[in-house]
Ligand binder design. Structure first.
Ligand SMILES: [Zn+2]
Length: 398
């Protein structure tokens, strides 16, 4: 299927070094972006679906790099079904598993955690709740896992490994496990801050600098933050990615953003939610953290959209997160919320408002056009002006 989105007011690229792309149109072909900028008449005529963006702002689909998936579109932590589809209505088009620790009775022996990671990876390989892409299968690091285990998992398609819910005596016991997981090509992640569940200890700067995972999960606290003085050390003494999460400490999110900017480390600053957790199911979590960061710092709003898209894609090696030819056709149309004081999506975000969503496209398929069921209504109107597909894209959003 080919989709042409025309009459866009602004295009945010997803790359914070060059955050805007000139032009007013995006054309997709299959599950890829074919063109960004100005669309020749033939490209629009040749599209199966033409969407009038009504002057809205296009951004790459948001990538939430910390979602507690289990199996199916269900979270046992809050006994909620359909949450991933609901997150899509908050603009999140990719959810990356923070490990499947919430599976009831989850195993803790090496054979069990390997099987759990592989089963999760397989079960989401082609299952897209509401159009959401889910990168699942994050092996929970447990004593007894060997380099051969990590190699086997990597060969089977598992991409992620997570430290700190295992049965270790000390956090330093993770050092060789992370080293071996990295050597196998897995992307390694580590809980940061105070314990989130009984029995897990605090992880601070000393631990992170000894372990050197690729990503410090919720460096702002999950939900309890590590000492303030450790942020600068992690930023200047390592190349660990700095993931800030909605379900954490907002003050240290802002502290981390400022330090990342000051030390030239914004490439490593990534946004996620850390939900569903005790903090709940938060379909608009990504938009909240983007608005909090943009409105409470001096940095421009597009910077934080890029932290939630292109930066996450680069750290996790994904083919999405950028509006550019050849990238995954995951696109969100944003606008100022109706009834607010601001005129554009970016002005609203800078003002501290939650942007309104007018359409979400994933894998080149419009999932809804018109109104998100979770955000306020848009000021402008996005609509399908022509469609050769027998599908009601507006109804899909209700
Ligand atoms: Zn978490």
């Amino acid at each position: 299927m080919k989709v042409a989105i025309v009459n866009l007011g602004q295009i945010v690229s997803g790359d914070w070094h060059a955050p805007f792309t000139a032009g007013d149109a995006i054309v997709t072909d299959g599950d890829r972006i074919a063109l960004v900028g100005s669309a020749p008449a033939a490209a629009v005529e040749g599209a199966d679906v033409v969407i009038d963006g009504g002057g809205m702002t296009a951004i790459p689909g948001l990538i939430d790099s910390h979602v507690h998936v289990t199996f199916g579109d269900f979270t046992p932590r809050q006994n909620t079904v359909g949450y991933l589809e609901s997150y899509l209505h908050g603009g999140t088009t990719t959810a990356i598993s923070a490990s499947e620790v919430h599976v009831p009775g989850r195993p803790s022996d090496p054979a069990g955690v390997k099987a759990l990671a592989l089963a999760a990876q397989r079960s989401f390989a082609s299952y897209r709740p509401g159009g959401m892409r889910v990168i699942a299968g994050s092996v929970i690091l447990e004593p007894g896992l060997t380099a051969a285990d990590f190699n086997e998992l990597a060969q089977q398609g598992v991409k992620l490994a997570k430290a700190v819910f295992g049965a270790v005596n000390s956090a330093y016991d993770y050092v060789p496990l992370i080293r071996d997981a990295k050597a196998a090509g897995l992307i390694t992640t580590c809980h940061t801050g105070g314990a989130s569940i009984p029995g897990s200890g605090a992880i601070t700067g000393d631990h992170l600098l000894a372990m050197r995972p690729h990503v410090s999960f919720h460096i702002n606290g999950g939900p309890t933050a590590m000492p303030d003085r450790d942020f600068e050390r992690v930023i200047t003494e390592s190349d660990i990615a700095l993931q800030v999460c909605t379900a954490g400490n907002l003050r240290t999110t802002l502290l981390c953003a400022g330090l990342a900017e000051r030390h030239g480390a914004f490439d490593r600053f990534i946004i996620a939610t850390d939900t569903p957790t005790g903090s709940g199911v938060m379909p608009l979590g990504m938009l909240y953290t983007i608005a909090h960061c943009a409105s409470l710092t001096e940095m421009p709003p597009e910077r934080f959209i890029c932290a939630a898209t292109g930066n996450n894609a680069r750290i996790y090696g994904l083919d999405s997160g950028l509006l550019a030819p050849g990238k995954a056709a995951d696109i969100v149309l944003l606008d100022a919320p109706d009834g607010g004081t601001q005129k554009t999506a970016l002005a609203a975000i800078k003002h501290g408002d939650i942007a309104a969503i007018g359409a979400v496209i994933t894998a080149g398929m419009p999932r809804f056009v018109g109104r998100s069921r979770n955000t306020p209504p848009t000021t402008r109107k996005a609509r399908v002006v022509r469609s050769a597909v027998t599908r009601d894209f507006a109804a899909a959003g209700q």
